[in-house]
Ligand binder design. Structure first.
Ligand code: UTP
Length: 224
């Protein structure tokens, strides 16, 4: 299978959790050894938010805020890529074309951010579209998609399965803001819906969920 694995910055980089990153590296290598083609997209987490804060203090515009946040996610991506050793491409991929090309050479591709105005959720969906991925896996700081925000509503219910239309209803809204945190960002939801990319949201703090999801087990929320 062709798989895009999106690891939330809120999972591995809030603050940076090297033990968890190392576990993810093992899991990604295992997926590659099983014959899967894998692209990993890593978020910028607290460091990205911190740099967005610095940029704001300096009265820099949204574009500049996004640019420094992208650099933070690419730094995490580089750290992760190095841990994959020879399984990975030499450098963090910064374009969709480069990603497709490295993948065709049998390498695991690692990316951070791509361009201002989006988040790495959208990067992951753009990659999935580009490489016609069979599955997009998101390791989130929640255990799946809920009918409402579980951090605000204690009675929120986790949904095991959602259609693309239902996903769009849950996340209906909203314009880009630097540093937005949502289980899947609104722009990504639009792409998932229009391109019908199968997506599985799992608890990212348990990396073995990625393996279970690839085996077809329902360990979080399946959107298709
Ligand atoms: P990230 O996508 O790096 O967040 O976006 P994250 O840390 O993984 O967050 P969770 O875990 O999904 O919540 C952080 C910010 O970086 C900028 C945006 O400002 C975004 O809100 N960004 C990121 C871009 O502008 N373009 C990108 O391609 C990626």
């Amino acid at each position: 299978m062709r798989i895009v694995v999106r690891i939330g910055g809120s999972v591995v980089a809030n603050p940076i959790n090297t033990q968890l990153l190392a576990k993810y590296a093992e899991i990604i290598v295992l997926l590659r050894q099983q014959g899967h083609e894998v692209v990993v997209v890593v978020g910028g987490g607290a460091l990205a938010r911190q740099f967005i804060g610095f940029a704001k203090e300096l009265e820099l515009d949204m574009n500049a805020q996004d640019e420094v946040a992208i650099s933070c996610s690419r730094l995490f991506a580089q750290l992760f890529l190095k841990k994959l050793g020879g399984y990975a491409a030499n450098n963090v991929s910064v374009t969709l074309e480069e990603t497709a090309e490295c993948l065709s050479r049998g390498k695991v591709v690692v990316m951070g951010g791509l361009k201002p105005g989006i988040t790495t959720d959208t990067v992951a969906t753009l990659v999935a579209e580009k490489i016609t991925a069979d599955m997009l896996l998101k390791g989130s700081d929640q255990t799946g998609v809920y009918n409402k925000d579980p951090r605000k509503h204690p009675d929120a219910v986790k949904l095991d399965h959602l259609t693309f239309e239902e996903l769009a209803e849950v996340f209906e809204q909203n314009e880009h803001k630097a540093g937005i945190h949502q289980i899947i960002d609104p722009e990504a939801v639009k792409i998932l819906k229009s391109k019908r990319i199968k997506t599985v949201v799992v608890n990212g703090f348990e990396p073995q969920n990625m393996l279970a999801a690839v085996r077809g087990e329902n360990v979080g929320t399946i959107i298709n």
